[in-house]
Design a protein around this ligand. Sequence first.
Ligand code: AMP
Length: 212
Amino acid sequence: MKLIFLGAPGAGKGTQAENVQQKLNIPAISTGNILKEAVRNQTPLGLQAKGFMDAGQLVPDELIIGIIKERLSRADCEKGFILDGVPRTVAQAEALDAMGVTIDRVVNIEVPDETIIVRMAGRRACPSCGATYHLDFKPPAVEGICDKCGTALIQRSDDHPDTVKERLKVYHIQTQPLEDYYGKKGILTTVVGQQELSDTTRLTFKALGISE
Ligand code: AMP
């Protein structure tokens, strides 16, 4: 299966993509994670992307299309894959089409903006190993300290409430048109994000015809 997970930042698409990845044994590819790792390692890609990410803006399409072309050409994508957080613009979706990639289904996870703003305010990340936490839903064992490597946790600049509001604005303007793009192709399913994570997972599996 070749799948796309669409949804606003913080809607929970990454979590659901991981659930489906485990169930179907196909890779979940997150351009957000690839870019964050590049920023942490200060690679040329990371240096180019950082300013856009910190400001809550999208990274230019050419960079994203380059990442995706390289990633999809690897052997582990032959059986299928899940694209998490990409495409995020119509130009990126068109580039996938031009690469001859046929997507089977697009799952659109829908969560109100107000819920997202509250949720993202609680996110914390480890600047050293990249592990992520949430003050309410996934707290570290020791407050403020990474379980995996013991580094002090931070709130990433792109999770600050002002940046989140900017990211949501960008989402509505640049990414939401993809609902129409894939809706017209007849492959879009919308899942309404639930308060309980397990309920959203159940609805996501149902949308994909996967047994729990
Ligand atoms: P995410 O964790 O998926 O929300 O991604 C974090 C940041 O990386 C976003 O706010 C964007 O700046 C950038 N990014 C990730 N994926 C894309 C994409 N497909 N197109 C443009 N920018 C992206």
